[in-house]
Every structure is written in structure tokens, then in C-alpha cells.
Design a protein around this ligand. Structure first.
Ligand code: FES
Ligand SMILES: [Fe+2]
Length: 366
């Protein structure tokens, strides 16, 4: 027997309410959710870490980085246990870091190894600060903030960084927004509209979506403006008149917690994440132009190829910085809107973004 119409109406209202509640709950959870700490994050470029302290923050954890006398990168909690001030205000003394306030020193293991005014009958305090596993790999400092086994998972790495056939450009993203807004921006290639004036890509259409345990791979059919098949074609990065639209596959992957993309054979881009807190994300965007089309290149002397790679470093800087500025503006507006109206409903038409949101929540709870 069919239920009476009023019953059907009440039932549909109930289902609708449940759906709205679920959306709101998911949105609130998503835009404030933490990171999975048992992963390798990128906290600095190699060149930023010297034998002076560098303060960084990874998901609310203040960390100080420095190089010891052998050049190895040390990562310690940025907190002097004496009076809780930042050790990064101090200086590096041989392999240790010295607090600027009373001069206590802490070694590479985070143990207090010197108090300058210790009386003969006094014992050195046994205070110890936390150390973090840190690795220097492919031009960046990777840090593992969790309590799990850092050897159980490898840092993503950037193999093109040292490869002589790839020309790199790096742009730093510093954005007042939750990291979920940034990764959605990077995975949703329908936003080429925003970058029309920079001619990054055009006419994206989602072609395939694969959802794995720790990653999401999306493939779009798109149009690229660039074709790097002659050495002079790199000048397309500077002169728009030289660009011609042609179809290319555009692939984007969220390999939690980082992002990798390829546009045809010519471009590869990474975004290496350092979420700072619920409303602040730092990241490094690394753009590679491939010279693989020049098959004779390997016949040239290594020294010359290295010279070429170094001279062309940063050749896409203007393009990359321009794209970042436009994206950051949108992401910060999304964040502000969420803070002002956390219960407001947003519409999502790209399956990729829904998959990304689910992965973020899953990784946060695992
Ligand atoms: S606060 Fe650091 S030595 Fe006193
Ligand atoms: Fe963008």
C-alpha cells in the first residue's frame, strides 16, 4: 500500500534536513580539520637553511631548523624549556643551538648540554626538547611531525630537481586559508577561467577519475598554449604571441599531502604542502619545463647542460607568480566567507573535489 501524501511529504523533508545537516557538518569538519601527522611535509627550501636558526611552523608546531658543523639539517621544537621562549631567537654554536635569553645550549638530540652560570654544586637540568625526523631531498627539507615510524613511508621527492633535462621555477604560496581550499583549487582544473589572461591552459574537461587509498588521480582533456619542441620555444613563456592552442592531456594527482601535475610532455608541476594551521597554508609550487623533446641534448657536455639548467632557472617566474596571486586571492575569499558564514551551503559539480574532500577527512581520522 502507498503511504499517504502528508507522510511522504514529511519523509522527504526529513531526508532533505538530514542531507543539509550532513553537508554542513562535513563542511565544518573539512575546513577546520587537521593533518595526518604521519607523513612527510615540506617546511623549507634547502637554500633557506643555514648555520643560523630558521623558524618554521607545521600545523601549529613551532620548529627551529639549522645546519650542524657537518651541514646536516637539525629540526628541534622551537621552545626553550627554561622560560618557554623561542630558541630560534638565539644562535647556533657548533652543533648546538643557544637560547638568546640566558644562554642555555641544546644539542642535536634536544638535550641541554650547557648552562653558562651553573654553580659547582648544581646539576645541569635534564630537560629535553623534541626532535623531528628531517631529510634534505631534491632541494627541499622534508619533515615528519608524527609519532609513527618515519621509515614506513618515503617522502614524495622531486626527481626532476637534479635532472639536467628539466628547467625549474619555484614560487612560494603563503595563503590565509585552510589547506583543503588550496588542494581543491589545484585539483579542479575548471578554474582555468580565472587565469585566462595568463594563458595557462584552456577548455578542461574531466575525463577520468581514480580514487586510491592515499591518492586521487584526475585526468582532464585540455588545450595547452605551449609546445616545447625547439630550444627557442621556451620564449613562449615570455611572449604570448608565440603560443598556439593545441590539445594535451592534463593530469593532476593528490598524493596525500602533496600535489603533482603534468600538462602534455612539456610541463610538470609539484605543490609541496606545509599546512600552518586552520586558516594558514604555506606551500612550494615547482614548475618544470621539460627539454626531453631535444633528443640530441644528452650529447652535449654535462657542464654545458648544467650551465643551461642554471641559467634558465626561474624562466617561468612571472607566469607562476601571477597564477599563484590569482589563486591565493580566491582561496582567501573562500576562507573569509567560510569564517563569516560557516553554515552557508556551497555547490560542487566536479567529482574530483568531492573525492579530495573525502580523502582529507579520511586521512585526518586514520
Ligand atoms: S629562557 Fe632560554 S635560557 Fe633562559
Ligand atoms: Fe590556479
Amino acid at each position: 500500500m502507498l503511504p499517504a501524501l502528508p507522510t511522504l511529504f514529511l519523509l522527504s523533508q526529513f531526508v532533505q534536513n538530514m542531507q543539509v545537516q550532513e553537508t554542513q557538518l562535513t563542511s565544518r569538519d573539512l575546513r577546520t580539520c587537521g593533518i595526518n601527522p604521519d607523513r612527510w611535509y615540506v617546511v623549507a627550501r634547502s637554500t633557506e637553511v643555514k648555520d643560523t636558526p630558521l623558524a618554521v611552523t607545521l600545523w601549529k608546531q613551532a620548529i627551529v631548523l639549522y645546519r650542524d658543523t657537518k651541514g646536516k639539517v637539525i629540526a628541534l621544537e622551537d621552545r626553550c624549556p627554561h622560560r618557554q621562549v623561542h630558541l630560534s631567537s638565539g644562535k647556533v654554536v657548533k652543533d648546538s643551538i643557544e637560547c638568546s635569553y640566558h644562554g642555555w645550549q641544546f644539542d642535536r638530540q634536544g638535550e641541554c648540554d650547557r648552562v653558562p652560570y651553573l654553580a659547582p654544586e648544581q646539576k645541569r637540568p635534564t630537560c629535553k626538547i623534541r626532535t623531528f625526523p628531517a631529510r634534505e631531498l631534491d632541494g627541499f627539507i622534508w619533515l615528519f611531525p608524527g609519532e609513527g615510524d618515519p621509515d614506513a613511508i618515503a617522502p614524495l621527492g622531486v626527481p626532476e630537481w637534479e635532472h639536467l633535462n628539466y628547467i625549474a621555477t619555484v614560487s612560494t604560496i603563503d595563503c590565509r586559508g585552510h589547506y583543503s581550499f588550496l588542494i581543491e583549487n589545484l585539483m579542479d582544473m575548471y578554474h582555468g577561467h580565472l587565469h585566462d589572461n595568463y594563458q595557462a591552459w584552456a577548455s578542461a574537461k574531466l575525463d577520468a577519475l581514480e580514487i586510491g587509498e592515499n591518492r586521487i588521480d584526475a585526468r582532464y582533456e585540455a588545450q595547452s598554449y605551449y609546445r616545447i619542441d625547439r630550444i627557442w620555444s621556451i620564449s613562449q613563456l615570455f611572449f604570448p604571441a608565440l603560443r598556439r592552442l593545441h590539445p594535451e592531456p592534463l593530469e593532476v594527482s593528490y598524493i596525500y599531502p602533496h600535489w603533482v601535475s603534468t600538462l602534455g610532455q612539456d610541463f610538470k608541476i609539484y605543490c609541496l604542502f606545509c599546512p600552518v594551521d586552520e586558516t594558514h597554508t604555506r606551500a612550494y609550487l615547482i614548475h618544470f619545463t621539460s627539454l626531453n623533446a631535444f633528443w640530441r641534448l644528452h650529447k652535449l657536455p654535462i657542464k654545458f647542460r648544467k650551465f643551461l639548467k642554471d641559467r634558465l632557472f626561474g624562466s617561468a617566474q612571472k607566469l607562476l607568480d601571477g597564477l599563484v596571486r590569482q589563486d591565493v586571492d580566491m582561496i582567501e575569499q573562500e576562507q573569509q566567507s567560510f569564517l563569516a558564514f560557516p553554515r552557508r551551503h556551497s555547490y560542487e559539480l566536479n567529482r574530483t573535489c568531492i573525492a579530495v574532500q573525502r580523502l582529507i577527512l579520511k586521512m585526518n581520522n586514520s
